[in-house]
Design a protein around this ligand. Structure first.
Ligand code: LLP
Length: 416
């Protein structure tokens, strides 16, 4: 089923007309499609087929409980980076033994909770972290399964803020130091070395850097095996991109997984992947309403009710996302607009230089907003965060209600 399509000139989310959704739930609004979410996850799962492994959805991309529940019910694993994300997974019904725990700064209480519920693996990023995990595991009298995050020093060719596999980045252990690291890890009493992982960056439209990273990981796996350290899984992280722009091609998930499987099978290694964006970006849109039009000598501004606090990617990365009118119109003048929010920052824009035929009151859809959208929202300028809804055919669920001002102020006290 096509997810976000026009019927009689009106944008629909599955079988629901977007203007009806806005009438019911207000604007701005995040709208997710259950079918799109499931079908994209299923592509990964089907491609894995009977090769042993786990597709661990990167919770940071969209941590709404409704989204996690759909994926948990479909058998997904999860990649988490905090105990908060772990609790979300558990509340959504996710299985702890399908959770991998990534991140450079895991804290003692987070490690303890993850050990207590029995996660699949810690993706360790430094020696001090490994020692901390060993200590906490000793206190709890358990063994901690770990994988080492290797930094293969490959250029993922993506935005500098989301490129993670270079020596200059804070992530992982340099591949040259990895062997020594594994030997030290092997000597720790409460550590069980089970795998190796990497994550070289996000929004990759070319898989060549991932293949290069895989080569480097497998050389390491072979060297370790020769010295008696046998790993059971390789985790390639996330990173596959989506088509934000027409000239941006999303890599072929099936071909990518086939390739990795062909390299792992002869070594009897299982595969873990941590996709985020490629599962959820296309499954969501952000809907916002034009408040007023401000035409100027140099620029025309459409001021909308959504802002950088709702959808930060354009402001933070200069990210480009499609903007589509929710209702198609005829006979109106097309002009070039910057789509901006009401926040007091020049950087508060959702899109720049878009040719659109706008009028006050129009609804606009920002496409591919299911990943790194709501999760990066804030209350800047004391703006309550938008509602999130999920559609399934003609059915709609409010998966997070719109915040109220009372919600925002509830945690604050009066004067000293
Ligand atoms: N695994 C690890 C260890 C990661 O750091 C990430 C993303 C993922 C998996 C998931 O990667 P994905 O499949 O989504 O590319 N806020 C940025 C993206 C930051 C990604 C951070 N790490 C954006 O909006 O573009």
């Amino acid at each position: 089923m096509s997810t976000f399509v026009y019927r009689q000139g009106v944008l629909h989310a599955e079988a629901c007309a977007v203007p009806d959704l806005v009438r019911q739930f207000g604007s701005p609004l995040y709208v997710y499609s259950k079918q799109a979410l499931l079908s994209q996850f299923q592509r990964y799962q089907d491609a894995l087929d009977d090769h042993d492994g786990l597709i661990c959805f990167a919770v940071k991309a969209n941590s709404n409980l409704g989204v996690l529940k759909v994926l948990a019910d479909a058998g997904a694993g999860f990649d988490i980076v905090s105990v908060g994300e772990l609790e979300r997974v558990l509340r959504a019904g996710g299985r702890p033994d399908r959770v991998v725990f990534s991140g450079v700064g895991k804290q003692r209480d987070e490690i303890a909770r993850a050990l207590a519920v029995g996660i699949h693996c810690f993706n360790v990023e430094s020696y001090p972290e490994l020692e901390l995990i060993n200590t906490v595991a000793m206190e709890l009298k358990v063994q901690a399964p770990v994988s080492l995050r290797v930094n293969p020093n490959v250029d993922a060719g993506t935005h500098p803020y989301i490129s993670t596999g270079l020596k200059a980045n804070k992530f992982g252990v340099p591949v040259e130091d990895a062997e020594a690291f594994y030997r030290r890890a092997n000597d720790l009493q409460h550590i069980e070395v089970v795998g190796v992982d990497c994550h070289i960056g996000s929004q990759l439209t070319d898989t060549a850097p991932l293949a290069e990273a895989l080569d480097s990981l497998l050389e390491l796996v072979d060297r370790l095996a020769a010295s008696g350290i046998k790993l059971s899984h390789v985790d390639m992280g996330g990173g596959l991109g989506v088509s934000y722009k027409d000239d941006e091609q999303a890599p072929d998930i099936e071909a990518y997984i086939e390739y990795i499987k062909s390299r792992l099978a002869p070594r009897g290694l299982s595969l873990v992947l941590e996709p985020g964006r490629s599962i959820v970006a296309d499954a969501g849109i952000f809907v916002t309403q034009v408040q007023l039009l401000k035409e100027g000598e140099e620029k025309n501004f459409a001021v909308v009710d959504g802002a950088m606090n709702d959808l930060l990617r354009p402001a933070l990365y200069g990210a480009w996302q499609r903007v589509q009118p929710v209702t198609m119109t005829e006979g109106r003048d097309v002009r070039t607009w910057d789509i901006v929010g009401p926040i007091c920052e020049t950087g508060d824009f959702l899109a720049k230089d878009r040719d659109l035929a706008l009028q006050t009151g129009d609804l606009l859809a920002i496409m591919q907003a299911g990943a790194y959208g709501f999760v990066m929202a804030s209350n800047y300028n004391t703006r309550p965060r938008a509602a999130e809804i999920m559609v399934d055919g003609a059915a709609v669920a409010l998966v997070r209600r719109r915040e109220t001002l009372d919600d925002l102020l509830a945690l604050e006290q009066g004067a000293l």
